[in-house]
Every structure is written in C-alpha cells, then in structure tokens.
Design a protein around this ligand. Structure first.
Ligand code: DQA
Length: 144
C-alpha cells in the first residue's frame, strides 16, 4: 500500500522560508523523514510538492482513482481553493490535512480552511512532525 504526501505552494522553500514560523527543516529533509517513517510503519510513502494548482488537482484525482490515502498540506490553497477542495471531496481513502504552523494563532485569513470539512482529520501547529503523526494515524487505522 502507498500513501501520497502532497504539499502545495511555497513548501519547496521550507528551511529558508520564514524559518521562525516554519522551522529549519528543508523539503528534502521532510521527504527523507516521511519516507523513513513509511519504512518503519511498513508502507511506501511518496512525497510531492507543486506550486501549480492544476497539478495538485490532478494528483488528487490520481489518489481518488487509486483509493490512495493522502496527507495534504494545501498551504495557501487551504484558505480559498474550491478546486482543491472539490478534488479532495472525491477521495475515497482517508485524507489528513496537515499544517506546520498553528494557523489559528496567525492572521485571520488563515483561520479558515476550505479543506477541513472534507478531511478525515486535521493536524496543525506541530511542526513537520505533524506529517509523521498523520502517517502513524493512517497506519493505526489500517488505511495504509
Ligand atoms: C501552512 C499554513 C498556510 O497558511 C500557509 O499559506 C502555508 C503553510 C502551514 O503548513 O503552516 O503555506 O499550510
């Protein structure tokens, strides 16, 4: 079984992007961490990142068609993209929404997620470790 970890815009800049908010872990480090966690848990983890909304929508269609569980950090799209939300609605396997920062402690426009209502659950503010917790939950659920 496989889990897709999908990261949205600007997350390729992790490590250099606002490190006080997002920490010093790079996206390459995050990929290594998620793959290692998958090995420990006994399933394949594939991590992808895009700055292009249509590409994200197509990856979600792929996950829907293959019934693949998804860990999604939609980044800024979280707050306004109905296209990403509609693609999430089509998923048949669990969807865990992850945010590195605590979006509820930040600007008002980050408090609302259009994804959360169609996610199985949400992990916010626990840093990049939130991705690992999401993978563990999928493993506990027997989804992955
Ligand atoms: C984020 C929070 C979003 O508000 C922001 O646009 C991001 C990253 C997070 O992981 O904390 O790009 O999703």
């Amino acid at each position: 079984m496989k889990v897709l970890v999908l990261n949205g815009p600007n997350l390729n800049r992790l490590g250099t992007r606002e490190p006080l908010i997002y920490g010093s872990t790079t996206h390459a480090d995050l990929v290594d961490m998620c793959e290692a966690e998958g090995k420990t848990l006994g399933f394949e983890v594939e991590v992808r990142q895009t700055n292009h909304e249509g590409e994200m929508v197509e990856w979600l269609h792929e996950a829907a068609d293959a019934s693949t569980p998804v860990v999604l950090n939609g980044a800024a799209w979280t707050h306004y993209s109905i296209a990403v939300r509609d693609a999430c609605s089509q998923l048949t396997a669990p969807l865990v929404e992850v945010h590195i920062s605590n979006i509820h402690q930040r600007e008002e426009f980050r408090h609302h997620s259009v994804i959360s209502a169609v996610a199985s659950g949400v992990i916010v503010g626990l840093g990049v470790e939130g991705y690992l917790l999401a993978l563990r939950w999928l493993s506990l659920k027997g989804s992955a």
